[in-house]
Design a protein around this ligand. Structure first.
Ligand code: GRG
Length: 291
């Protein structure tokens, strides 16, 4: 498989679906704030991960664009809220001024709320899937996004600020804050494509390790990345006095850990053979990324 070509194709599908689905406007200027962040670019890794997962199970990913794009809306809301002055207080995201810098804090909170809510409306518009299967898939995403997953992880992160935490605590925090949406993407894709128990288990382990590798790379990029390529300010972890994989292990050891984690993640895909090549491509992209 030519992964670059595959990724470019999937990216276009996601962008087109998001554009088309957000044409219908609501009743206020909150739509402008929602669209500002949603259309600011981004790698769209989570929706593409969901689609690549269904492909590992023999079903084309483009069949599931509503659920996949709902996931991207949840991710975008989390970025808007994460950048707020009461959270990480950042002024650059996806290469543009953060949502609250343009629309003000109150409207940015509402833009996040609007995207989170719209995500569920869009996911439930998914056609050609048995109703009970769709409920299972959307429930996977809800659980991973909420207090058992990303929101819970963000709360642990807030509580850890300015404190030195152990490797175990850091792993727990990130497997919720960052990893959970990866797990949600993969498990929702697996449910939609009718995964068997052993397949669901292998894919869940893959997603957890992928999320960990993603976070390690994020910590490395926060130290040695480039603000223009990243589209966000570097040095934000130091500014917020955060324990990261780099502060715990040092830069080189953190990079090694990232590679080791991806190698372990790839082992989980063996049972799927060639059909998991898109997932393998995403795994490589995650450690090699510059943004
Ligand atoms: C506010 C509930 C709530 C949660 C925030 C997403 C998040 C949780 C925090 C963002 C802080 C951060 C930089 C986390 C590291 C991992 C991460 C989510 C990076 C951004 O995701 P990418 O690289 O972004 O996929 P793009 O812009 O490409 O979509």
């Amino acid at each position: 498989m030519d992964f670059k070509e595959y990724y470019a194709k999937q990216l276009k599908l996601v962008e087109n679906y998001l554009d088309q689905r957000t044409k219908k406007k609501g009743i206020s200027r909150v739509d402008d704030a929602m669209l500002y962040s949603l259309q600011a670019g981004g790698k769209r890794i989570r929706p593409i991960l969901l689609m690549a997962t269904t492909e590992a199970l023999g079903v084309k990913g483009y069949n599931y664009l509503p659920v996949a794009c709902g996931l991207e809306m949840i991710h975008t809301y989390s970025l808007i809220h994460d950048d707020l002055p009461c959270m990480d207080d950042d002024d650059l995201r996806r290469g543009k001024p953060t949502n609250h810098k343009v629309f003000g804090e109150a409207m940015a909170v509402l833009a996040g709320d609007g995207l989170l809510t719209l995500a569920f409306e869009v996911m439930l518009e998914q056609k050609n899937v048995d109703g009970a299967v769709l409920v299972d898939a959307v429930r996977e995403i809800a659980m991973c996004a909420g207090n058992f997953g990303m929101v819970g992880g963000q709360a642990l992160d807030l509580d850890a600020e300015g404190k030195s935490i152990s490797a175990e605590e850091l792993r727990k925090l990130h497997s919720a804050k960052t990893g959970a949406l990866f797990i949600g993407a993969v498990r929702a894709g697996a449910r939609l494509a009718g995964a068997k128990d052993a397949e669901l288990l292998a894919l869940t382990k893959f997603a957890d390790l992928l999320g960990l590798a993603f976070q390690i790379t994020d910590d490395v990029l926060d130290v040695e990345g480039d603000t223009v390529a990243l589209g966000k300010n570097v040095g934000s972890d130091e500014k917020n006095k955060k324990t990261t994989y780099v502060t715990l292990y040092g830069l080189e050891a953190a990079k090694e850990l990232g590679k080791k984690t991806i190698a372990e993640a790839l082992e989980c895909l063996e049972i799927f053979g060639e059909r998991a090549d898109a997932l393998r491509g995403i795994a490589s992209m995650i450690t090699e990324r510059k943004n």
